[in-house]
Write a protein that binds this ligand. Structure first.
Ligand SMILES: NC(=O)c1ccc[n+]([C@@H]2O[C@H](COP(=O)([O-])OP(=O)(O)OC[C@H]3O[C@@H](n4cnc5c(N)ncnc54)[C@H](O)[C@@H]3O)[C@@H](O)[C@H]2O)c1
Length: 200
């Protein structure tokens, strides 16, 4: 609740302010990306396209609200543009890489919003074809920790969970002790888990 859920759901609801009936692409469907997906679902998005390189993550994405899934790779931009009829209203980057941020930029339609949620290295840079930014009136935003004060947003999330609209139990892949933390971390890096919960 205090990190992945808050960050992902908040990026959709408070940061990008996803509108009902809109189309959304989410690149990177880990613990944070799955929460962007369910944030977009809660906001009433009509189309949510999930992009990831791990098939299990794409399966999970459907459970959290994705209407379509696209394997990561060179064809992802074309696939998202085709599925959305020319580009999505909102594209979220949830990995932290310049290359996938550029993909998000090319996935949005005219007037669309690109949101950076993934945390890049401090020295990360990117080349951007900027004419499109102006002609297509694209908005680029960053979203940090859900773009809302914790005191306001955490109780809202708790209510959404209580009402059955926010999936939390489904995020937990494993419950481990502190002695299992190295193995848990290795599984996280391998992309095998949604979230490991450490039980003290
Ligand atoms: N903005 C914030 O306030 C904030 C807060 C917390 C975390 N983060 C950042 O969000 C990012 C995601 O965190 P997480 O916990 O979900 O990570 P994670 O490791 O659980 O998930 C990353 C996902 O991206 C996928 N992926 C990796 N490379 C890919 C590629 N080239 N194309 C498509 N998919 C790819 C992986 O398969 C995985 O499913 C991290 O950079 C993290 O630091 C940001």
């Amino acid at each position: 609740m205090g990190c992945a859920v808050l960050t992902g759901v908040g990026a959709a609801l408070n940061g990008a302010k996803v509108r009902p009936g809109s189309s959304v692409a989410v690149i990177g469907c880990g613990g944070v990306g799955l929460n962007v997906i369910q944030g977009a679902r809660i906001a009433g998005a009509a189309q949510i396209i999930a992009v990831d390189m791990v098939p299990e993550k794409l399966e999970a994405a459907r459970q959290f609200g994705a209407t379509e899934t696209v394997p990561a790779g060179p064809d992802a931009i074309g696939a998202v543009r085709e599925l959305s009829g020319g580009g999505v209203d909102y594209a979220f980057e949830v990995i932290g890489l310049p290359a996938t941020l550029l993909e998000a930029y090319h996935m949005v339609r005219k007037g669309g919003t690109v949101a950076l949620v993934g945390m890049p290295r401090n020295d990360a840079m990117m080349d951007l074809p900027i004419a499109k930014l102006m002609f297509n009136e694209i908005r680029m935003i960053g979203s940090f920790m859900g773009s809302s004060p914790f005191q306001v947003f955490l109780p809202q999330l708790a209510r959404l969970y209580r009402d059955g609209k926010l999936l939390l139990d489904e995020l937990v892949s494993d419950r481990i002790g502190l002695d299992g933390i190295n193995e848990g971390y290795a599984r996280l890096v391998a992309g095998e888990t949604r979230r490991n919960v450490i039980v003290f």
